[in-house]
Design a protein around this ligand. Structure first.
Ligand SMILES: Cc1cc2nc3c(=O)[nH]c(=O)nc-3n(C[C@H](O)[C@H](O)[C@H](O)COP(=O)(O)OP(=O)(O)OC[C@H]3O[C@@H](n4cnc5c(N)ncnc54)[C@H](O)[C@@H]3O)c2cc1C
Length: 547
């Protein structure tokens, strides 16, 4: 349909919307990384997913879900408490689509055991694609999926909840979880006086004849319309993990009092609440005093998803930038043909290609960890390192992607402004940057032998690549230092880069060489494009990034 023209001018030289694109087929680095990490069999399923999520309709639903933010309804018209959050239908649409694709449960069997095979890699590819369209709803999706790992500490509770978590139905009804067609779970750890330091939690748990009563608050508790939350509270035996449902077993509404929803920089389709528990009913998950070790099983998985989702945001930034540059002419030449813009785009493409190879390699470790100790060691050491490097790299990347679109990039009509506002959160929640670096050090000190073996394998996998040997030596040295905490960022970034080179080498060796030359042998400049790539490499990178 032709659009009515303006009276004063014709509209031309604007790029068409980047919509109705198959987000899998248009992404060779993703397809190759999935194949290299065991997911080849799922290609048809992923192509269908990429077509749906790349549609103009899904893009529109994503926009609507973010422009029409959730609203807290604390009371009804007569002053009775309601404590419910209302979402725009577009948000529910996103939830339904993600749940029908199993993003919340496909890595588990019906009994809540790891599904194995390539389920992590395949789900990660979907998560990567979904985050390119709408990130906010992925918060309850990732928490639901991850909660199963913590529920495993209480097998009879897992057995009761798994039949409801295990369905592919989205059921947003405000009703007791046990009667629903499907359920979602959230997590409450952070209190006002301490988030990282959960030992400082003041919320208490009192044992009663039918379970526990939780009294206290959480300063951040996202996705408050979840059917239940895993929360930490101080019980007699110490900090303990609890399953706190929205409805008590007698069917009454449980005593969760939402105080406010946060007014956030990004992540706006998702609600993040401040909440009080006024003697709320809860069941114990794991032993008393084992709260941190119980919930850390969940957090390990949400950290993995933070990295996947930040990688997806960067991919989307790159794809929009490249698409625009191929349509926009400046000085009689497409932007994509201007040598300086080519350097910027190719350097960004290289970054994303290494990032997607790295997160898929990590997911393969999650797939194989149960039966393979070296994969388990890779997963333990590299999850925090990869979360750190990938998530913290997303905001500057998206800023550059926005700039490729010029002024349009900065305007909320397009998706890049939203992606940019979204991008810092993955680095902050589920363990902020420094906390991730300290976690790498913890893995090194507690499981020194396994961690050293991982480094040895990375050294073998990157042998001969520019800067790799020096990087291995400097990482080992830094971690052995008595004051390793002081230089942890230096060492963890290098470790992640080394792992990225190794992962990319298994997918596209020529690009692994380039990535190593520009990131390991030399410190990468603070701006994308400030590198000297030859024209053939630029062509190859950009062709792979978007056909
Ligand atoms: C949008 C959003 C949604 C959220 N949703 C949830 C939720 O659903 N459930 C939930 O439980 N929490 C949630 N959080 C909270 C989030 O997990 C915490 O904000 C985060 O863990 C950091 O805790 P904090 O804010 O208390 O900061 P602090 O713990 O005070 O940390 C401040 C800074 O100090 C650094 N730091 C901490 N310890 C050290 C150290 N030993 N050495 C050096 N540096 C250190 C950290 O890296 C950080 O940069 C959410 C946060 C946001 C922004």
């Amino acid at each position: 349909m032709t659009q009515p023209s303006f009276e004063t001018h014709e509209v031309f030289n604007q790029s068409p919307p980047f919509e109705d694109v198959n987000l899998l087929k248009a992404d060779r680095p993703l397809m190759d990384a999935v194949r290299a990490n065991g997911g080849a069999d799922a290609e048809q399923e992923l192509i269908a997913f990429g077509a749906l999520w790349g549609s103009a309709d899904m893009a529109e639903q994503g926009r609507l879900a973010n422009e029409n933010t959730p609203k807290l309804r604390s009371f009804d018209a007569k002053g009775f408490r309601r404590d419910v959050v209302e979402f725009h239908p577009a948000y529910h649409q996103m939830m339904a689509r993600s749940i029908e694709a199993g993003l919340h449960n496909s890595t588990w069997t019906a009994q809540g055991k790891p599904a194995g095979g390539s389920s992590e890699v395949v789900r990660a590819a979907k998560f990567y694609i979904a985050s390119q369209v709408e990130s906010g709803h992925l918060c309850p999706i990732t928490m639901t999926r991850a909660s199963v790992a913590a529920l495993a500490s209480q097998p009879e509770l897992l057995a009761r909840t798994m039949p409801v978590i295990g369905t592919r139905n989205y059921d947003p009804a405000f009703a007791p979880w046990w009667g629903k067609r499907g359920m979602t779970l959230g997590m409450g750890m952070t209190e006002k006086q301490g988030g990282t330091d959960v030992r400082a939690n003041m919320t208490t748990a009192e044992r009663t004849s039918d379970g526990y009563r939780i009294t206290g608050h959480k300063w951040f508790m996202s996705a408050p319309m979840c059917d239940a939350f895993l929360v930490l509270a101080q019980a007699e035996g110490g900090l303990t993990c609890f399953f706190l449902p929205r409805f008590a077993p007698d069917g009454s509404v449980n005593a969760l009092r939402f105080q406010r929803l946060k007014d956030k920089l990004g992540n706006r389709s998702n609600a993040s609440s401040e909440v009080e528990f006024a003697g709320a009913y809860a069941e114990r998950v794991g032993d008393e005093g084992r709260g941190i070790s119980t919930i850390i099983q969940m957090v390990q998985l949400t950290r993995q998803d933070c990295a996947i989702s930040s990688a997806g945001l960067m991919r989307s930034g790159l794809a929009h930038a490249l698409h625009h540059a191929r349509h926009r002419s400046v000085f009689q030449k497409h932007l994509a043909d201007q040598p300086l813009m080519q350097s910027v785009l190719a350097d960004m493409a290289l970054h994303v290609e290494a990032t997607v190879a790295l997160v898929m390699r990590l997911c393969r470790a999650f797939d194989r960890a149960l039966g393979d100790p070296s994969e388990a060691a890779y997963m333990r050491l590299l999850t925090p390192a990869i979360k750190y490097w990938v998530c913290k790299g997303a905001p500057p990347f998206l800023y550059e992607a926005m700039e490729c679109l010029g002024g349009n990039g900065y305007v909320e009509d397009g998706i890049l402004a939203r992606h940019f506002r979204e991008s810092p959160v993955n680095a902050i929640w589920e363990g902020s940057g420094n906390v991730m670096c300290l976690d790498v050090l913890r893995a090194l000190s507690r499981e020194a032998e396994a961690a050293t073996a991982v480094l040895k394998i990375l050294a073998e996998e990157t042998r001969g690549l520019p800067g790799a040997a020096d990087a291995v030596a400097s990482v080992s040295q830094a971690f052995r230092r008595g004051d390793s905490e002081r230089v942890a960022r230096l060492a963890v970034e290098k470790l992640a880069l080394l792992a990225a080179v190794a992962a990319l080498n298994a997918v596209t060796p020529a690009h692994a060489e380039l990535f190593a030359a520009t990131r390991l042998a030399n410190v990468h400049p603070s701006m994308y494009g400030a590198v000297d790539l030859d024209p053939a490499a630029i062509r190859a990178l950009l062709e792979r990034a978007l056909p």
